[in-house]
Write a protein that binds this ligand. Structure first.
Ligand SMILES: Cc1ncc(COP(=O)(O)O)c(C=O)c1O
Ligand SMILES: [Zn+2]
Length: 420
């Protein structure tokens, strides 16, 4: 028997053997019938330990192979993913009045977002299943990521994105050779279209939540946080939330580590949504276990989701971890992009900085104790969405002749501008 024991439906609890179903629970449907991957933890424990990790020189997400859902390691692609830095930035800590703030910088992944963690797994599973075509619906990052891994593996990808996708994300898709389908509609509509296409043509589906193994890739961020904190458990982790797949993955990672005995407690998760796109915040506050779909509005395109596909797992993650959901305005997101860049040197896209916006708000509302150990996830690079930020280029630049005298004459302009 492989390391996966079974797949369990998050809604009805029905259990399936691996291979019995490919994606979701047939009884509960594509949205509510998402599946949890349950491992044979006892047998994994016998072969996997902190000492073994200490000896492991593979500094990528594959250092956690014993607890990842792949068997055929020859299909692992060379595109390096994971083991991103977890770092303290003292200037930012001082600004926020916090004592122990750790930034997990997932902009460092190969295509610039955390989504590479899921695509690393998806490509191996696609190849294990003999697939020659993969497909994904995406607001941008997941598609770019899948396209890159498909390019690396030499197979075809069909990526469905809303036609409002930021241009740099479109450029990434095109340069990786994806067949790009620009949908004249929303991300939610792109998702439905992609599901239909994968069912009709048998393409391997890298669709968030629908494919249960994607959460397993995303959980690697939590495994790394555990190890990078030397197995100390954070008090709170702030995570941006659109479909809810990342936050479900973070929770799964901590739960798996707990089941394996690597950690002896669990953190609280704080899911952060954009105000105009916050159906999970609403469902949580009203005590519901599923979401009322909405028409979403926010500058943070990656979390602009009206009907979150991993809603059941995301709500469960917040409740089980005694955490909470909060929302932040677009203005707070833009301010967080600027604060992060100016105090750490990390440039995040709007969704990528949303966790920081949430933390800042939580600090303001005294939901955070200054001595708590806090982690925030920075999930995607700002270079892929420069249209979203109003750059103050006029006041930050001067134009000069190519002479040092002209530079000297005009340097004063900066000083003038700095005067209060
Ligand atoms: C940069 C970034 N942050 C956050 C998210 C939200 O992740 P999820 O949809 O799994 O909640 C996404 C998803 O596209 C993303 O690309
Ligand atoms: Zn079910």
């Amino acid at each position: 028997m492989g390391k996966i024991r079974l797949l369990r439906c998050v809604s009805c609890g029905r259990e399936y053997l691996p291979g019995e179903v490919q994606y979701t629970c047939p009884d509960c449907g594509d949205l509510l019938g998402t599946l949890d991957v349950v491992y044979d933890y006892e047998s994994i424990k016998r072969k996997f330990s902190k000492d073994i990790l200490n000896e492991n020189g593979d500094f990528s997400l594959w250092r956690y192979l014993p607890i990842l859902p792949v068997e055929r390691t020859e299909y692992i692609q060379s595109l390096h993913t994971g083991w991103t830095p977890l770092t303290r930035f003292y200037q930012l800590e001082t600004t926020l009045g916090l004592g122990r703030l750790h930034i997990k910088d997932d902009t460092r992944n190969p295509t610039g977002s955390l989504k590479d963690r899921a695509s690393s797994i998806a490509i191996v599973r696609a190849l294990e299943g003999g697939h020659k075509v993969v497909t994904a619906a995406s607001s941008g990052n997941a598609g770019c990521s899948m396209a890159a891994f498909a390019a690396c593996a030499g197979i075809k990808s069909y990526i469905f994105v809303p036609d409002t996708i930021p241009r740099a994300k479109l450029a990434q898709l095109v340069i990786f050779g994806a067949n790009v389908i620009l949908v004249k509609g929303t991300y939610d509509q792109s998702f439905e279209l992609c599901l239909d296409a994968s069912k009709r043509w048998g393409w391997y589906s890298r669709n968030t939540a629908y494919n249960p193994y994607l959460v397993e890739g995303k959980k690697s961020v939590a495994l790394e946080i555990c190890e990078q904190l030397n197995w100390k458990i954070p008090d709170k982790i702030f995570v941006p939330v659109g479909d809810g797949c990342i936050i479900s993955g973070v929770w799964k990672g901590f739960c798996d580590m707990h089941k394996l005995g690597f950690i002896d407690g669990l953190p609280s998760l704080v899911g952060v949504q954009a105000e105009g796109s916050a159906p999970l915040v609403e469902a949580f506050e009203e005590g519901r276990s599923s979401v009322e779909p909405i028409i979403p509005h926010t500058i943070a395109d990656s979390i602009k989701v009206g009907n979150p596909r991993d809603q059941v797992k995301a709500l469960r993650a917040i409740r089980e971890s005694s955490g909470t959901f909060i929302s932040v305005s677009d203005k707070e997101i833009k301010d967080a992009i600027n604060l992060l860049a100016a105090s750490t040197g990390i440039f995040a896209e709007p969704a990528g900085a949303t966790a920081l916006a949430g933390l800042r708000k939580a600090v303001g509302e005294r939901l955070v104790d200054p001595n708590e150990r806090i982690v925030i996830l920075i999930t995607g690079t700002g270079l892929k969405d420069i249209e979203a930020v109003d750059f103050d280029i006029e006041t930050k630049t001067i134009a000069v002749e190519p002479s040092i005298e002209d530079v000297e004459r005009k340097l004063g302009i900066f000083r003038e501008r700095e005067r209060p």
